[in-house]
Design a protein around this ligand. Structure first.
Ligand code: THU
Length: 130
């Protein structure tokens, strides 16, 4: 699926976000190396710290379907510039590869392409554990 279609898909799943506390809805799409596409939105909780971001929900859905390797993650939010993944999500994305491409976008048509290696340099990596 091409970039614009993936951004549109992230925008549509964003509408399902459960955000009664922040009112800030986020949508994400992750593409596996097999070429499968998984979506996620943020889901908040009255116990605020239990909130799960859109990116992590998309990745956890994919992993629970048997995926382990990803090529691309797209995230969309109603931000000034492109909606960048939070630090916690960067670590979770990095768990599944250092070469994963990231497309961060907003509702004004702006987008930025980067990689997880760029967003999380010198990451904590399980491959380095002795
Ligand atoms: N949020 C995401 O879904 N992804 C991010 O990368 C940043 C933050 C959500 C969490 C919370 O529901 C809302 O945005 C405000 O922080």
């Amino acid at each position: 699926m091409e970039k614009e279609k993936l951004i549109e898909l992230a925008k549509s799943v964003r509408k399902r976000a459960y955000v009664p506390y922040s009112n800030f809805a986020v949508g994400a799409v992750v593409v596996s190396k097999k070429g499968e596409v998984y979506t996620g939105c943020n889901v908040e909780n009255a116990s605020y710290g239990l909130t799960v971001c859109a990116e992590r929900n998309a990745i956890f859905k994919a992993v629970s379907e048997g995926e382990r390797e990803f090529s691309l993650l797209v995230v969309v939010g109603d931000t000034e510039g492109p909606c960048m993944p939070c630090g916690a999500c960067r670590q979770v994305i990095r768990e599944f590869g250092s070469d994963i491409k990231i497309i961060a976008a907003n509702l004004s048509g702006e987008s930025k392409e980067t990689t997880i290696a760029e967003l999380l340099p010198e990451a904590f990596d399980y491959n380095d554990l002795k």
